[in-house]
Write a protein that binds this ligand. Structure first.
Ligand SMILES: [Zn+2]
Ligand SMILES: [Zn+2]
Length: 184
């Protein structure tokens, strides 16, 4: 397992700077792995993490644990909250960590490396055991399902298709996409 200093340095290299969010994220992720008894998360294949924000701390969680979107071990839940749930698929244990309400807020003048250095992980974060079953189609491994959209023809994996009137559609064609095409 890397030391805190090594994780902070790896986070700085990956993210481009060492901000308050990175320091919090690194500590949160290290604490979670310790609580789950995962000594070397980057070589452990059964960890899945649901992050609740797409900000600095998310990169920190990814760097410390090795989970990535492309390996299907990082899930993004768009709550806009600095919190994350760590799931061990081998044991089905899941814990959610979030900063406690009385943790001092980082201002632009405070040094991210020293602001919380007198705080223990237990003082910084709540750890809540939660129930969370990772659906089969969300798990790492070979894709489940492989169909083509009846409208756009594009391939849909992992059972993300929508059934309408006996036909199979992608979510964009069935529900409207997050983008518009020109001239349509
Ligand atoms: Zn940052
Ligand atoms: Zn489609």
């Amino acid at each position: 397992m890397r030391t805190l200093e090594e994780d902070l340095e790896a986070a700085r290299v990956f993210h481009g700077h060492l901000c308050h969010g990175m320091v919090m994220g690194v500590r949160l992720a290290r604490y979670a792995c310790r609580e789950l008894g995962i000594d070397d998360p980057r070589s452990y294949r059964d960890l899945v993490v649901y992050v609740e924000m797409d900000r600095c701390a998310t990169d920190a969680v990814s760097v410390v644990t090795g989970v990535t979107l492309g390996r299907r071990r990082l899930k993004w839940i768009d709550y806009g909250k600095m919190a994350a749930t760590f799931v061990d698929l081998a044991t089905d244990r899941a814990i959610r960590l979030a900063p406690k309400p009385d943790v001092p807020h980082a201002g632009p003048e405070s040094d991210p490396l020293t602001l919380w250095s007198d705080w223990t992980d237990e003082q910084l974060f709540s750890v809540t055991p939660v129930k969370l079953v990772v659906p089969q189609e969300d798990r790492p491994g070979a894709p489940s399902g492989n169909v083509h959209c009846a409208r756009c023809g594009e391939k849909i994996q992992d059972r993300r298709e929508v059934l309408r009137g006996g036909d199979v559609f992608c979510r964009a064609c069935a529900n409207g996409a997050y983008y518009e095409t020109y001239g349509s």
